[in-house]
Write a protein that binds this ligand. Sequence first.
Ligand code: PAF
Length: 288
Amino acid sequence: MQTCIDIADVRRVRDAWRAQGERVACVPTMGNLHAGHLDLVRHARAAAERVVVSIFVNPLQFGPQEDFQRYPRTEQADAEALRAAGVDVLFLPSVQVMYPRPLEATTRVEVPGISNDLCGAFRPALFRGVATVVARLFNIVQPTVAIFGEKDFQQLFIIRRMVEDLAFAVDIVGIPTVREPHGLALSSRNGYLDAAQRQQAGILYQTLTRLAQRLAGGARDYADMQARATEDLKSSGFRPDYVAIRRVSDLGQPRQNEVEELVILIAAWLDQTRLIDNLRVVPGAASK
Ligand code: PAF
């Protein structure tokens, strides 16, 4: 595995691969890699001859009060895991390389509307920062395919929209969430939780599965289901930002007799840690 820290190095390798007709899969990450990330790498290896993983804790997607400073940085262990996983290039840029201008003067990419909903309503900087850094990574690496986790469901939706709107020549592939045995979705931020909280955090997935069962069974009282689940989470020690039942196709609010696939999304705080998770469900599937 080669580690590249600047753009010219990545492009040189990328051009050599292209000259041989090789496809390139890119896995953008912020590091502190866990089994979920390595699963993305596994899919990347199946999707292309070459795999580039980027590690960059992107300051543009953190708000001023958020965890940019304390976000876990474990580059050495990450590099070892990626080498063992058969990655060809680790792209490890500095902030200077990714944003040569001061952040406030940097060109931004914005996917309007949906970026201000759900997580975007609580983290206004998030999706502009994500769209900007992913667009820049795509222009640097020029991958054939890029792999993202479905755990960040809204992020994946926004990236697909950006790729469509800006005509990036890259296929976006979403990979199902990897979970701990008790249901907790793997996330770098789980490292902020102590052992008891980690156990407690499994309640998010239990909440999702309960709601999914009700929707699959034909329940349609979305507002009531969201409100009750929010109260249940509060009683279990969480501070929910939202519990939302949305259409998978456009993340819009479903009509009363929706037949399209739905996704239940939750964002909730457990002490100082913000956790997100989601689950897809076909309404009425259990009653067919
Ligand atoms: O999901 C993440 O780890 C980040 O949001 C991403 C896509 C690497 C952009 O910084």
